[in-house]
Design a protein around this ligand. Structure first.
Ligand code: SF4
Ligand code: NI
Ligand code: NI
Length: 709
């Protein structure tokens, strides 16, 4: 059989199954039965991306199958094979969506099945920073458990996001490997059709970040090929269905690497035979042109971004350090060059060996740095990265910051030889790696002696934190001479530009004005550039000729005007990875804000995902705006429309998170006490009528404001 025959026959087989499954579902439920995947605003995401039509009922699903049939041409040309591959993928999506009828939960631990829109938005920043350098799709059953696990681990140690389909899931489980989105190994499902759930991620990325018009299949495939660094590893023997799915992957630009040698012909850079599974990793990275940043740190356990989300449970921990109970601190301290001995690491106090198993202890580490270009403003920027550095250590867990950090070291890490001094090694190496433009010398002192920790915390760290907070409190948009642009997300959203000011951080929540400033100083040709603010047009709107010029240039002409403080007039664009989305609520003259973690309904009749789908991809959408959590309490939040008194609803969790600062701002701006009590949440209302009733009762100021549209 030729490869064409195999693709066509696999496609026909899946088509037959799909038709049968849809007919059976119609016979059982009737053709008006609703079909959908949970937590997505894109209907059947793959079908919608490719055709531009949404499918909501079994009847429409049946009609859609007719459209799929038109892709299944049978000439022996490459394009016919690719389109049959796409048709196979769409059939897989149809089969998968039937599993979700009536709100069923078809996948159970450890499998994920369909992935929510919010998951894709979370991937935005790590993908653009290269923190996640690629996405591997591993399909089938490895020749042995050891080879399968070794392959998965090899990607994991490179930070690559791994998705698993088929027998490999049981193999990984058999080996006792931890899986889950938090360690970047995501078992999708055991049926081959489950592979559609990762395809769905890639296609939604094009809609969410790329502003690709649904139905524009050409642009869609170009986007996935150019910007989604995915590839497939398929273990032989391959059946024709897998071969047909592989053709679909290649159509999207994802190379397929397999150890199958029979009835396969090779397509350069696309269909690659690699008989040696231990070389799958290298072959895949080369085929997809993925470069891995290697960090060699001299510690006895692995260090990789994939371990950032790893959690160490109480029963698995050897020791714990807990700033909420005992004196702890983490600090970057700028010193004179003569006071710093490069790469010196000192532990003052007991090592882990001398601490009781399962005990709670003090820890304080001071990272002393010196450098001609070092500025105290960079201290908090470097310090905030400690969380990420320490978390990347396999078997070590870190939360919190400043003097409230908490660290756990697992039994496994301890048994492997990991000690406190290695935390110093990690901090030293990473600070030197990432901040080499400003840090010439770096020395780490780690205190575990409780009295020393108390001294460092109260006499050294806290006074410095207080000084910094004063500086931050005085950092307003008016008090600085320049703003910064950030275009990191252009890797996925080609025309998106964030303008970062002291009072308006980047919408991802990860880039403050100080971060942007540091990024600029570290790399003057990098993603953050200076924007002057010498020619204001309208201070209420936050409109400047300088800002307009910068966004015009940085968006390659896609944007002409951007205001900093308005949601209605030339609002800032969104890439897709925003922490929150804000949208107009017409009945109350206010706005509703939803954060990405919130999965429920809002009074707009939309979920976060649905609100989020109203904007993104670097386009301006008056009435909807993506933003960071900390922007909510800012005096500049929607200043042009009246400011925070427009906020009428937020999920409870977000409201509580921001309450102190938001209340302080409301008091300052309008003299209102406990403003957050006036704001609705999901426990009060998820529809506009109940919400307006609540706001009326509370005397919410938005009701008296002019309508926004
Ligand atoms: Fe992306 Fe804006 Fe965050 Fe930069 S500041 S990483 S462009 S969302
Ligand atoms: Ni104390
Ligand atoms: Ni982004």
């Amino acid at each position: 059989m030729t490869l064409f025959d195999r693709v066509f026959s696999g496609n026909d087989a899946v088509y037959g199954l799909t038709e049968g499954a849809i007919d059976a579902a119609i016979a059982q439920h009737g053709e008006d039965k609703a079909v959908s995947f949970p937590d997505t605003a894109y209907s059947l995401p793959c079908y919608y991306s490719v055709t531009g039509s949404k499918v909501t009922t079994l009847k429409e699903l049946k009609e859609a199958l007719g459209v799929v049939k038109t892709l299944m041409t049978r000439e022996k040309r490459l394009n016919d094979a690719f389109m049959s591959g796409v048709a196979t993928a769409l059939c897989a999506e149809f089969i998968e969506v039937l599993k979700y009828i009536d709100g069923a939960v078809p996948y159970e631990e450890p499998c994920y099945g369909h992935l929510a829109d919010a998951v894709i938005r979370e991937l935005g920043v790590p993908l653009v920073t290269g923190d996640i350098p690629g996405v591997a799709v591993i399909l089938g059953t490895a020749p042995s458990v050891e080879e399968g696990v070794a392959l998965v681990k090899s990607y994991q140690s490179q930070g690559i996001l791994v998705t698993l389909v088929g027998g490999i899931i049981d193999q990984v489980k058999e080996a006792g490997m931890n899986t889950g989105a938090n360690v970047r190994v995501i078992p999708l499902g055991k049926d081959v059709t489950a592979v559609i759930h990762v395809v769905s991620v890639a296609l939604r990325a094009a809609l969410i970040f790329g502003n690709v018009t649904p139905g524009d299949a050409g642009t869609l495939m170009k986007y996935t090929m150019d910007r989604v660094p995915a590839f497939v590893n398929a273990f032989g023997p391959l059946d024709d269905v897998v071969v047909a799915c592989g053709a679909g992957a290649i159509a999207l630009g994802f190379p397929v690497i397999t150890n199958e040698t029979e009835n396969i012909f090779r397509v350069p850079k696309s269909l690659i035979v690699q008989e040696d599974v231990s070389k799958f990793n290298a072959t895949s990275l080369e085929a997809r042109d993925i470069k891995i940043k290697i960090t060699n740190i001299d510690i006895p356990v692995a260090f990789a971004s994939a371990f950032e989300g790893e959690i160490i449970r109480r029963k698995d921990m050897r020791v714990e350090f807990d700033g909420s109970r005992v004196d702890c601190a983490e600090l970057v301290h700028t010193c004179d060059a003569s006071e710093v001995e490069d790469h010196k690491i000192t532990v003052v106090g007991p090592e882990v060996d001398e601490m009781e198993d399962g005990s709670k202890n003090s820890i304080a580490y001071v990272v002393k740095v010196s450098g001609k270009n070092m500025q105290p403003d960079f201290e908090p920027v470097i310090e905030r990265k400690f969380h990420n550095y320490i978390n990347c250590i396999e078997g070590v867990y870190h939360t919190g910051q400043r003097d409230m950090q908490r660290i756990r070291i697992s039994h496994a890490a301890f048994d492997a030889g990991f000690r406190i001094k290695h935390i110093g090694e990690v901090l030293y190496t990473q600070v030197k790696n990432e901040f080499d433009a400003v840090v010439d010398k770096c020395e780490v002192v780690i205190y575990t002696d409780p009295a020393e920790c108390t001294r460092v915390r109260h006499e050294v760290a806290i006074p410095i934190f207080e000084k910094r907070d004063d500086r931050l409190a005085n950092l307003t948009d008016e008090s600085v001479d320049v703003y910064y642009s950030c275009i990191l997300c252009q890797a996925f959203s080609p025309s998106h530009v964030c303008v970062v000011t002291p009072e308006r951080l980047g919408l991802c929540g990860a880039v403050s004005w100080l971060d942007a400033k540091a990024t600029y100083e570290l790399d003057p040709n990098g993603p953050c550039q200076v924007i002057t603010k010498e020619r204001p047009i309208n201070e209420e709107l936050g409109a400047y000729e300088d800002v307009d010029e910068a966004v015009q240039k940085l968006s390659q002409g896609a944007l002409e005007h951007v205001t900093l403080y308005s949601i209605m007039q030339d609002p800032m664009t969104s890439c897709g990875c925003f922490e929150c989305i804000c949208g107009i609520e017409p009945f109350s003259n206010g706005v509703v804000i939803a954060n990405r973690e919130y999965a429920g309904m809002t009074p707009l009749g939309m979920t976060f995902s649905e609100m989020a789908s109203m904007t993104g991809g670097g386009v301006q959408t008056p009435g909807f705006m993506g933003h960071g959590k900390h922007f909510i309490a800012s005096k500049k939040f929607m200043k042009a429309e009246g400011g925070i008194e427009r906020i009428v609803w937020m999920p409870k969790e977000l409201k509580e998170f921001i309450a102190d600062k938001l209340n302080a701002t409301a008091k300052d701006l309008y003299g209102i006490d406990n403003f957050t009590d006036m704001i609705g949440d999901e426990t009060v209302a998820t529809d506009p009528e109940t919400l307006v009733g609540f706001l009326t009762e509370k005397g919410h100021p938005a009701l008296a404001l002019d309508p926004m549209m």
